[in-house]
Design a protein around this ligand. Structure first.
Ligand code: GTP
Length: 511
């Protein structure tokens, strides 16, 4: 069964364009065999032995077609053509014997066979060609007898010499064509390598970037380093809020003010649905280099974006490179946006936008580890509890209670520095972590709160739509790692906050 299947597969092997070597040798081989046939006819007529040579010579004319079909049907057409070249040597060896070793023809034909095999397969294949040529000549001589006729006539010499010149020039032309093709292929491979490298770079950059600005900036720097002959720019804007969320980066793009204006007006039209036109030319820039823009159409879920390149001209290779880079850049941006959104959701409190308790506890843990390992960095904490939230909820409704919490948040933020980590710890509890600080830091902020927040009035809206005024009061407790072991700092601050609350309740009860 298996054998039948294999045979039928072979029998149905379709004709395909053979390897370029087989294509390239078709014309010179046809010429060489036709020319040798002409030589045979000439010698046969000169000798008067006519059809005894011409008929077998006609068979010789079929060989170029047979060789071509052999290469076209073979699985490995290049290898088949190597075999054809060796067969040439064998056939020509036989034929040189048939022509009684006419010297000029034997030399030219032999040289052509050896050279062809040397060019494609090096000295070993040339040695094989020599052996087959000699074997063909000697074998035929042994079968049909040896005759040696070194010279026929001046006319045949001229015919043979001219044919050899044409043949060698044709071979030179074939080699030149092959070299050019190889040169072009090398150029394409180098370009593809650079594209591949640039895509890898974009992947690495996307992983490292902490935000979209860094991602786009680094991506374009790498792209420009991989393709210094082009300048690049990228624009992104959120589809629903184009004026609000917008990113841009430029690398190696020297823009005239006029061009910047043109790009500006392009940006203004970005919210329109991008076309399917692929890469568009944005008309010539003032410095003479045209700008081309590839839209990220459909590749980003909530953003519109363009990758812009300045290049002398837009060819197929550049267009393919831009499409691949846009795909990669869009995928990296989409991933980063998703990652940042998830991070934001995981770290932030939904109502206030402050860090949530989970994030605070992870940062507190880092501070505890920082204190317990050399050089033992100190940290401090300020716990805060808003008084009276329950009353606000009960009297004015939960929406008013939410307003109360967000107002407190805004006012607390105003008292914090960039490095302070302000978090919502629970319903009406807030906490600030002061990394690399001692007790002076929370005491300073507590002082500010007592001065600027305590007793201040804030306006909220009751469930009946009426504005009502409530007083801000906070219980505070601070502690630092200079006072107790790092793991106990938060508990100490909490304890002090409750002491403060109790004391204030007592004072209010007395007052
Ligand atoms: N509106 C609103 N209320 C909340 C939220 N989270 C917790 N609360 C409410 O806040 C109240 C907190 O109660 P308490 O701890 O007694 O707070 P308080 O009334 O300020 O009393 P003290 O803190 O003891 O002064 C509870 O009624 C919770 O339901 C929130 O996100 N929004």
């Amino acid at each position: 069964m298996l054998t039948i299947k294999t045979l039928s597969t072979r029998a149905r092997l379709p004709l395909k364009a053979p390897h370029r070597l087989a294509l390239a040798t078709l014309a010179p081989r046809s010429f060489a065999f036709c020319h040798t046939f002409g030589l045979t006819v000439w010698i046969a007529l000169a000798d008067g032995n006519g059809w005894s040579l011409i008929l077998p010579g006609l068979l010789l004319l079929l060989w170029p077609a047979v060789a071509y079909l052999h290469a076209a049907r073979a699985q490995d057409s290049k290898h088949a053509e190597f075999k054809n070249l060796l067969c040439d040597s064998l056939l020509f060896g036989v034929w040189c014997s048939v022509l009684d070793f006419y010297v000029l023809a034997t030399l030219c034909i032999g040289l052509a066979c050896f050279m062809n095999n040397m060019v494609v397969g090096g000295p070993r294949r040339m040695a094989a060609s020599m052996a087959l040529f000699a074997g063909g000549a000697l074998g035929w001589s042994a079968l049909a007898g040896v005759d040696f006729r070194p010279y026929v006539s001046a006319g045949v010499d001229i015919y043979q010499g001219a044919g050899a010149v044409v043949y060698f020039l044709a071979i030179a032309q074939v080699m030149y064509g092959q070299n050019r093709k190889i040169g072009r292929s090398m150029g394409e491979i180098k370009y593809q390598n650079r594209v591949f490298h640039a895509l890898l770079d974009l992947g690495v950059v996307a992983n490292r970037a902490s935000n979209i600005h860094t991602l786009l900036d680094d991506a374009l720097k790498h792209l420009h380093a991989d393709f210094p002959e082009y300048g690049f720019a990228v624009f992104l804007q959120e589809r629903s809020r184009p004026e609000v969320t917008r990113y841009a980066a430029v690398a190696g793009l020297r823009l005239h003010p006029e061009d910047e204006r043109r790009l500006g007006s392009l940006l203004a039209t970005l919210h329109e649905p991008p076309t399917d036109a692929g890469t568009l030319e944005l008309s010539e820039t003032a410095v003479g280099e045209p700008l081309y823009a590839t839209p990220m159409a459909g590749r980003l879920s909530s953003y519109d974006g363009w990758l812009i390149v300045s290049a002398p001209k837009l060819d197929g290779a550049l267009e393919r490179m831009l499409t691949l880079c846009v795909d990669q850049l869009a995928a990296a941006t989409e991933n980063k946006l998703l990652h940042l959104a998830l991070k934001e959701t995981a770290e932030r409190d939904g109502l206030t936008g402050l860090y949530n308790r989970g994030f605070f506890e992870s940062v507190l843990q880092l501070s505890i580890e920082g204190k317990t390992q050399p050089p033992g960095l100190e940290f401090a904490v300020l716990m805060m509890d808003v008084d009276g939230l329950k009353k606000v909820n009960d009297h004015y409704g939960h929406v008013a209670g939410d307003q109360f919490i967000t107002t407190v948040t805004e006012r607390l933020k105003m008292q914090c520095r960039e490095t302070d980590i302000l978090a919502r710890y629970g319903g009406d509890e807030f906490v600030i972590l002061f990394p690399s600080a001692d007790l002076a830091a929370p005491n300073r902020v507590a002082e500010l709160i007592r001065t600027h927040l305590e007793g201040q009035r804030c306006v909220i809206t009751s469930q009946h739509g009426k504005p009502v005024e409530v007083e801000l009061r906070l219980s505070l407790g601070s502690a630092s790692s200079t006072e107790v072991p790092a793991q106990e700092v938060l508990a100490l601050a909490d304890h002090r906050m409750y002491e403060d609350k109790t004391q204030r309740r007592r004072q209010r009860a007395l007052g």
